[in-house]
Design a protein around this ligand. Structure first.
Ligand code: HEM
Length: 502
């Protein structure tokens, strides 16, 4: 009896694999039939055989070296997808023809993974537009000005921790970890209105959430990567975009904050949760059947804001210090400009308006975002047949990826593209996409909602660190990337040395 069950099971598995084999093979002619150059697929994996061995960032970098054409095809296992290298076509997909590319390819199931499916990053149109419209006022200039004070006070804690752990005690620094604490403290205030200091006390409820969300071991990395590249598989296995444990922590913290507000009668400041609660009370959030829908919707925004604010920003901060360490002349220039700005302002710490005026700081951040864009590709799903070029029509249901690395490393736009030269961005402003050659925050209606917040958060901490310390390299001028992470991340967190300025 048991033997025949095993036999039946084996026949079933074999039939599934055979079916999948023929199905994949028939799909692998997709780009050839359309005359599109394509990456030769490997059976079952398609173009994804790198998974968990090489970072997604390195893959997009390698593809940009291999394919110099405007676009080419890849296979996400069995599924054909298009990769775009040219700024003109990127503009077409992200802006001009946005009607056909309103949603991202990444997706999750609202039933099994509401926090993964309903956040602003993954939610589909038309609900996306309503949510975006509701959240945008939480990030106005007025609000950002107020938050900059919190950023500055947390940046002072970063400096204190550097002094204690890495200057006085001479321990090597893990930059990613240090900056994750900094960004976590700030986003805790922005999302939940709570003042915490993981930098002072080394504990914080938000940091606990992210420990589970962005702990990129093999399984967590695989889970997150599948949502980006094979969402159907992630859904099939009922995975969670933000991780199971992080989901539980987010729900717990959300309920605690809401209960506290109900108890004390305080509405909270203008943080994300209090704003969404008000929007919900005024019936401005999308209405769906199910009494807990609005609550899940709010928790989903809180969860993704934490992820969005921490992972990308802490990577950028780490890479800025890394580049400054290897470019002492540029570092000195930045120090001089910061000193001059402080003298002029007469303050100990530069505020929102002062920070915006330090042009070379903006240039250093922009050049770092060009050379090390944390998000290597922008994904869209074609939802309506679209004539992309005279020769190529994109069918509905085709994922389209804009290769940000390829555009940022194009020698026609940036001579010697591998070199870090902040002067390329002299006089650059936060809104300038340099004729679509600079898109680290994406573009079009779905560009990063936290862009200005991120820029200010980076400015605040880099300004204070550079004023206090001379940054020196701690190792060669190459950082390996973490193979388990979809976003750019230095493999071992990243190190530099801090030498106090007298
Ligand atoms: C250096 C820091 C950051 C970088 C490089 C970055 C990059 C990006 C990119 C590339 C996208 C996709 C844009 C597109 O598809 O066109 C995005 C979307 C998003 N980001 Fe950021 N981000 C950063 C910081 C932040 C912060 C601080 C927050 C929250 C406060 C945030 C929240 C979001 C959200 C919610 C979306 C989805 C927007 C939508 O679909 O409407 N990000 N980000």
């Amino acid at each position: 009896m048991i033997a025949s069950i095993i036999q039946l099971f084996l026949v079933f598995i074999l039939s599934c694999l055979t079916l999948f084999y023929f199905f994949s093979r028939s799909n692998y002619g997709y780009w050839k039939k359309r005359g599109v150059p394509y990456d030769q697929p490997k059976l079952f994996f398609g173009s994804l055989s790198f998974l968990m061995r090489t970072s997604a960032w390195d893959v997009f970098y390698d593809l940009s070296k291999k394919y110099k054409c405007d676009y080419f095809g890849i296979f996400l296992s069995w599924k054909p997808a298009l990769v775009i290298n040219s700024k003109e076509l990127a503009k077409k997909v992200l802006v001009k023809e946005n009607d056909s590319y309103q949603d991202r390819y990444i997706s999750s199931g609202a039933e099994d993974d509401p926090l993964g499916a309903l956040n602003l990053f993954t939610i589909k149109s038309p609900q996306w537009m309503q949510i975006r419209h509701e959240i945008t006022p939480t990030l106005t200039s007025m609000r950002l000005k107020a938050i900059t004070e919190i950023m500055n006070s947390n940046a002072t804690e970063v400096v204190n921790r550097i002094q204690k752990d890495h200057v006085d005690s001479n321990k090597p620094v893990d930059l990613k970890n240090l900056f994750s604490m900094y960004t976590s403290d700030t986003i805790a205030y922005n999302v939940f209105g709570i003042r915490v200091s993981s930098l002072k006390e080394l504990t914080s409820p938000v940091l606990a959430i992210t420990r589970y969300m962005i702990r990129w071991n093999f399984w967590r990395g695989l889970e997150f990567t599948l949502f980006f590249l094979l969402p159907a598989v992630a859904k099939f296995f009922r995975m969670k975009l933000l991780s199971h444990t992080a989901n539980e922590y987010i729900k717990k913290l959300y309920h605690e904050v809401v209960a506290e507000r109900e108890k004390t009668g305080q509405t909270g400041d203008k943080d994300l949760v209090s704003h969404l609660l008000k929007s919900n009370a005024n019936s401005k959030l999308p209405a769906e059947s199910g009494s807990q829908y609005a609550e899940k919707l709010m928790m989903a925004q809180a969860g993704f804001f934490i992820l969005g604010a921490m992972e990308t920003s802490s990577t950028t901060m780490s890479y800025i210090l890394y580049e400054l360490a290897h470019h002492p002349d540029e570092q000195e220039k930045l120090y001089e400009e910061l000193s001059a700005a402080l003298n002029e302002s007469g303050k100990d710490v530069l505020d929102y308006d002062d920070l915006l005026k330090v042009k070379y700081l903006t240039a250093c951040i922009h050049e770092t975002l060009r050379l090390h864009p944390p998000v290597p590709h922008l994904d869209r799903m074609c939802n309506k047949k679209c004539q992309l070029t005279d020769e190529l029509t994109i069918e509905a249901g085709t994922p389209v990826f804009v290769n940000v690395v390829s555009i940022h490393y194009n020698g026609d736009y940036y001579p010697d593209p591998e070199q870090w030269r902040p002067e390329r961005f002299n006089d650059s402003t936060d809104t300038d996409n340099h004729d679509f050659t600079f898109i680290p925050f994406g573009d079009g209606p779905r560009f990063c909602i936290g862009k200005r917040y991120a820029m200010m958060q980076i400015r605040a901490v880099i300004a204070q660190i550079i004023k206090k310390y001379r940054i020196k390299p701690d190792g060669p001028h190459t950082w390996q990337t973490d193979p388990y992470s979809v976003f750019l991340r230095p493999k071992h967190g990243g190190r530099v040395k801090f030498i106090p300025r007298s």
